[in-house]
Design a protein around this ligand. Structure first.
Ligand SMILES: Cc1cc2nc3c(=O)[nH]c(=O)nc-3n(C[C@H](O)[C@H](O)[C@H](O)COP(=O)(O)OP(=O)(O)OC[C@H]3O[C@@H](n4cnc5c(N)ncnc54)[C@H](O)[C@@H]3O)c2cc1C
Length: 431
């Protein structure tokens, strides 16, 4: 096998984050000093957006890629394999995700132009706030950051919300804004398309290949052991197993864990009232309450969901259901906000599982203790939208190249619990 990285592994504890992104250590990685691009064989565990995006980028750079999933690919329980996901760059005062979000949206627009059918729907994002657009609020900060970047965001008083989006009862909100540079993606269709692309590029995509553990020889990781016997060897093993990651790599269970979040799909009597331009993805005092939703699907169903603390769950369990009490709380919220959905038939529900990190940032780095192992996960309930930009970030990390985004996702010690700025740590119905 080629010697992928002749340098010593990064030290732990430098500035709280380790990995190649400390520019001083690896500044010459891509400068033709012998540490530049070296391709080999990558074994990728997990066919969600993190794994597939990495597979496509690494194949594009000449790597042999084996992409494994425990079930069919896409797997029915993969976090990425849901019907829809919000695509937004509204990230409060967090410039990093605002800029990365806008870059990702440009990527979704490019995919829409080049893929046989569009999967990204630029319906915009309606953001309602109880406290107004004061600095220090998620809504006020997001509004200002987007305006600074030239996004034509419009402020709406409650009467304006009602006029433009008639199914809303916005009385309890002081103000709202509408961000036209946002929307939603048909997540399952996007994921299926990306898996096809990985195959077309020559990645060896294998379903029914559950990984039982890592192959460790000579002080490094050299591939994986499959549950049903057999092994797959490679120069780099990339674990992108979403919420299953801490089970496979238990030394990470202090810094990341699976959390179940409830989703209801409702079938309104008048589906067109819940489609653009009369409706759009929305967030209702999101960072305080967790409530958000998405425009109607092709089949008319409308998603309402909660971006909150969630409950620790087993991501593979068949018992992940939205219970009656949670449904009652959803309906109470809907009666006050979207009354046309309050009694609508439930036409699907899911406890979808985040892979939460302690600080809400993704986790993309070499394991400092295990040469040959790279981790790419920790979507923390907001990773899907970044699908168009994840591949190059992960591939740069694998190849130990400079990447302007990667420092935020580096290996790090746990500190106080944080989340991305849109997230509430409330349970449905609180406060
Ligand atoms: C309810 C909900 C709503 C969300 N809403 C949004 C949103 O609106 N916008 C947004 O940007 N993001 C959102 N997210 C987050 C986003 O969906 C995730 O961050 C992203 O999809 C995670 O992708 P992943 O590749 O890390 O994991 P996954 O998609 O879960 O993929 C992991 C894969 O690894 C496989 N695997 C696991 N263990 C093994 C093993 N031992 N062997 C082989 N294969 C294995 C699994 O089968 C799976 O296919 C949401 C998430 C949830 C749950």
């Amino acid at each position: 096998m080629p010697n992928l990285d002749p340098r010593p592994p990064p030290r732990k504890g430098d500035g709280g984050r380790t990995g190649r992104h400390r520019a001083a250590d690896w500044a010459h990685a891509s400068d033709g000093d012998g540490f530049g691009p070296v391709s080999g064989r990558a074994v990728i565990v997990g066919c969600g957006v993190f794994g597939v995006a990495a597979a496509i980028a690494l194949r594009g750079r000449g790597w042999d890629v084996v992409l494994l999933d425990q079930g069919e690919a896409p797997h029915p329980k993969a976090t990425s394999n849901d019907l829809n996901r919000v695509i937004r760059a509204d990230y409060g005062k967090d410039d990093f995700y605002v800029d990365l979000g806008l870059e990702a949206i440009a990527g979704w627009e490019r995919w829409n132009e080049t893929w046989p059918e569009p999967v990204y729907h630029p319906d915009g994002f309606l953001v309602l706030s109880k406290d107004g657009l004061e600095p220090g609020t998620f809504e006020g900060d997001s509004y200002r950051k987007l305006v600074e970047r030239g996004v034509p965001v419009r402020v709406l008083e409650p009467a304006g919300v009602r006029a433009r989006f008639p199914v809303w009862t916005p009385d309890q909100y002081a103000v709202a804004y509408f961000n036209p540079r946002a929307g939603w993606a048909e997540a399952d269709r996007a994921l299926t398309r990306l898996i096809e692309e990985a195959r077309d590029l020559g990645a060896d995509v294998r379903g029914a290949a559950a990984v039982a553990g890592l192959l460790e020889t000579g002080g490094g990781v050299t591939g994986v052991e499959l549950r049903d016997s057999g092994r797959v060897e490679g120069d780099v093993t990339l674990v992108a197993a979403g919420p299953w990651t801490p089970r496979l790599l238990p030394w990470l269970d202090d810094v990341m864990w699976p959390s179940g979040q409830p989703i209801l799909y409702l079938r309104p009597e008048r589906p067109d009232d819940y489609r653009a331009p009369r409706f759009s993805p929305w967030a209702a005092d999101l960072a305080n309450t967790g409530w958000y939703g998405i425009s109607g699907l092709r089949d008319g169903r409308v998603k309402v969901a909660h971006h909150g603390e969630g409950a620790r769950v087993d991501p593979g369990s068949d018992g992940l259901v939205v219970d009656e009490e949670t449904e009652r709380v959803f309906r109470r919220f809907l009666r006050a906000n979207l009354p046309g959905l309050a009694s609508a038939e439930v036409a699907g529900s899911r406890m979808c599982v985040y892979c939460d990190t302690w600080d809400g940032d993704f986790w993309i780095d070499h394991d400092p203790e295990r040469p040959g192992l790279v981790v790419a996960t920790g979507g923390s309930g907001h990773g899907f939208k970044f699908a168009p930009v994840l591949g190059p970030i992960i591939a740069d990390v694998v190849e130990r190249r400079e990447n302007r985004w990667a420092h935020r996702f580096a290996w790090r010690a746990r500190s106080g619990r944080r989340t991305e700025h849109a997230r509430s740590l409330a349970r449905p119905g609180e406060p």
